[in-house]
Design a protein around this ligand. Structure first.
Ligand code: NAP
Length: 495
């Protein structure tokens, strides 16, 4: 089936996939890889081939370092106002092209168009926010406690940055890094996930049109990410690795970066608890659960992974959630009616199935969904599991799919202990009408981000990131995100 047949009402927003997949983007040029090899990109809604993109070699990686290095002096000395205006133009162009970008995201990632539209708006916002930050980078000036000298602190761009991003937010995970890096005056090499490279290439065209000079942003896809990133990290001109992806790959990259003492920012996996107390507003908690669980069909690092519901509200919450989950429209991402698209790969469906089978074997009861769907496409239906025992595999692993497991709890202390019983610490959700309890529990939860009486936590204006094995550093927020791409230079001055 052609893309136009899949989207009879949306043809004016069709992305030009052939043009988007025209090569690696290095030094402002589109080139083929030195190997001539290609990586297939498929549509998870159908399994059909969408495009084949260039497969970068280590020679291509070296060419991108040369390009980023040549562009670095010019970009770091570009006046902040000029950098800011270019970033602002990136924001405007993304908004102008948002339907095209959302369609492209839906096609290669499978997420429902409404989620893809939300992602484009969120992703574009990083350019607007960092356009504002670019002109607000200030230093410090003070007197040493001894009185012997002045202390001057200047913030300088850290240098060339390697950015590695996952497939679940192909636009936002890239712009959340590129926008602050460029605002700080750095040049970058982006390696998007091989499942969803088309969005990254489409955005590269937008940067070019917005006036980002050649070499400031380079985008390369590769089927050999370990060799590719090792080559880049070994170059002494590269000073920063900013990675978003799984904790397992994050550990490997931290070890690689350690060999050359490269600064690392890590946005890793999550295992978010979603806690509903007896006194919560039931409708608000259900609305929140649908967002926290079902945005991107559960394929989000912030996705509610363990829903802890207090005994007094457990039955009504479970019933309400099953009703809402079973009413969702499941279908191809690009279909305007779809609310839950496919998973990214067959492997992802198999993992979800393994976790659900384990939970059922240990006593969980299915009240909706619970079995993988037949193809074509990689679908798993919205699923609710109740009476969850604690010893299940999915209590310790990211489900990364539309499965909501409900655990029962009795007391505040008990639920805090159970919620914190994980190596992860990214997002957590708390629902209660008692604001004192809400703040007390928020403070006790070992998570970088808490959503209190809401199902959505991400905001470019707030520091996004995790504690424990969910990561190092923050993205977005006032100064937090941009600070990851700068070094403090201290000058002890006597005069
Ligand atoms: P992943 O397997 O860790 O891959 C992420 C990126 O790393 C991809 O570009 C991948 O390239 C690359 N990669 C894989 N192995 C590598 C290696 N040995 N050396 C260098 N790069 C390597 O993660 P994913 O499956 O794409 O994404 C899902 C994960 O990301 C989940 O754990 C989710 O929680 C996490 N995530 C975290 C955040 C956050 O902000 N904390 C946000 C979104 C997602 P290939 O595609 O070519 O394999």
């Amino acid at each position: 089936m052609t893309i136009a047949q899949q989207m009879p009402h949306a043809d004016r927003h069709l992305p030009d996939i052939e043009a988007t997949a025209r090569g690696l983007y290095i030094d402002g040029n589109w080139r083929q890889s030195k190997s001539g090899r290609k990586i297939d990109v498929t549509d998870p809604s159908t399994g059909a081939l969408l495009a084949a993109v260039a497969d970068a070699t280590v020679e291509d990686a070296q060419a991108s370092i040369e390009a980023a290095s040549r562009a670095a002096p010019g970009w770091r000395s570009t006046p902040p106002r000029k950098r800011s205006e270019i970033l602002r133009r990136c924001f405007e162009l993304m908004i102008e092209r948002s339907e095209m970008l959302a369609t492209l995201i839906s096609l290669e990632n499978g997420k429902a168009l409404r989620d893809a539209r939300g992602e484009v708006a969120y992703a574009a916002e990083f350019f607007r926010w960092n356009a504002e930050e670019a002109v607000r980078i200030t230093g410090e000036f003070g007197t040493a406690p001894s009185g012997a000298n002045r202390i001057i602190v200047d913030y300088q761009p850290i240098g060339i940055c390697l950015l590695i991003t996952p497939w679940n937010f192909p636009a936002a995970m890239a712009t959340r890094k590129i926008a602050p890096a460029l605002a700080a005056g750095c040049t970058v090499i982006l390696k998007p996930a091989s499942e969803t490279p088309l969005t990254a290439y489409a955005l590269a065209s937008i940067y070019e049109e917005a006036g980002v000079p050649p070499g400031v942003v380079n985008v390369l896809t590769t089927s050999t990410p370990a060799a590719f990133s090792a080559t880049i990290l070994a170059d002494p001109r590269v000073r920063k690795l900013s990675f978003t992806g799984s904790t397992g790959v994050g550990r490997l990259l931290l070890a690689e970066a350690a060999k050359h003492v490269v600064s690392c920012s890590m946005e890793l996996g999550g295992n978010a608890p979603f806690i509903v107390f007896d006194d919560a507003d039931l409708e608000a908690a259900l609305d929140g659960a649908m967002v926290a669980k079902m945005r991107n069909a559960g394929e989000a690092c912030t996705a509610a992974n363990r829903l802890y519901v207090q005994s007094g509200i457990y039955e009504s919450f479970a019933e309400g959630l099953a009703k809402r989950m079973s009413a969702l429209n499941v279908g191809p991402g690009v279909d305007a009616l779809t609310e839950c698209g496919p998973m990214i790969t067959t492997k992802a469906v198999e993992k979800i199935d393994r976790l659900v089978v384990d939970a059922k074997a240990k006593g969980a009861r299915v009240t909706c969904g619970g079995e993988p769907s037949a193809g074509p496409g990689y679908f798993y239906p919205p699923t609710v599991l109740v009476d969850m025992p604690d010893g299940v595999e999915m209590a310790h692993e990211e489900i990364f799919g539309p499965v909501a497991p409900l655990y029962r709890f009795e007391t505040e202390d008990e639920v805090i202990g159970r919620a914190n019983d994980t190596e992860y610490g990214l997002a957590a959700y708390v629902f209660t009408r008692d604001i004192a309890r809400g703040l007390r529990v928020s403070s006790a939860l070992e998570s970088g981000m808490i959503a209190l009486n809401r199902g959505l936590v991400s905001d470019p204006a707030a520091p996004f990131g995790g504690v424990k094995q969910s990561g190092l550093g923050r993205e977005g927020g006032q100064h937090h995100g941009i600070a990851e791409f700068m070094e403090a230079k201290y000058i002890a001055a006597s005069f």
